[in-house]
Design a protein around this ligand. Structure first.
Ligand code: GDP
Ligand code: MG
Length: 177
């Protein structure tokens, strides 16, 4: 505790979910380390990165979890979701199947959470406009129906990456304070 400094501490768990190869790991590495890897491979073991931001003069930390590739086998475990108060549900705007599967990811998230979860629908790879397969309107519309925040991002050129994470973290903060 940091009572002696007159402040409170905030640490929130955020999970990133969505089909394989939509760019989950690169969104996290872009946000946490400003890095992009064009040849990223699935890592072994569950990984998270901790990132801080300031809200109302308070330090708010987010522990952001990335899957280790188990989503390929639809085998993301309950341990992954446990305690999550925020989620980014990611699809690839160039692959419609990844958008069609968003509903399944939302169901899985709901099954595993027992609290309010701040949720952001993320259409990633918006730098690939020429081979877009899911329109911005479709993304917006799904987000409205499911009551999610919505943003199109590019982990490659950094568009909206910081914004997407920070909106979720801010919403969590609003939910708990
Ligand atoms: P994950 O399986 O969801 O974690 O996806 P990765 O982060 O491993 O990315 C899968 C592939 O998509 C890799 O080849 C990345 O370089 C590429 N990728 C990820 N994000 C973007 C993006 O915003 N734009 C483009 N053009 N490629 C991306
Ligand atoms: Mg990954």
């Amino acid at each position: 505790s940091s009572d002696d400094e007159g402040g409170e501490e905030y640490l929130f768990k955020v999970v990133i979910i969505g089909d394989s190869a939509v760019g989950k790991s690169n969104l996290l590495s872009r946000y946490a380390r400003n890095e992009f890897n064009p040849h990223s491979k699935a890592t072994i073991g569950v990984e998270f990165q901790t990132q801080s931001m300031e809200i109302d003069g308070k330090e708010v930390k987010a522990q952001i979890w990335d899957t280790a590739g188990q989503e390929r086998f639809r085998a993301v475990t309950s341990a992954y979701y446990r305690g999550a108060v925020g989620a980014l549900i990611v699809y690839d705007i160039t692959r419609r199947t990844t958008f069609d599967n968003v509903g399944r990811w939302l169901d899985e998230l709901k099954t595993h959470s027992d609290t309010t979860v701040a949720r952001m629908l993320v259409g990633n790879k918006c730098d690939l406009e020429s081979i877009r397969d899911v329109s911005t309107e479709e993304g917006k519309s799904l987000a409205e129906t499911e009551e999610l925040f919505f943003m199109e991002t590019s982990a490659l050129d950094s568009t909206n990456v910081k914004k997407a994470f920070e909106i979720v973290i801010r919403e969590i903060y609003n939910n708990v304070s």
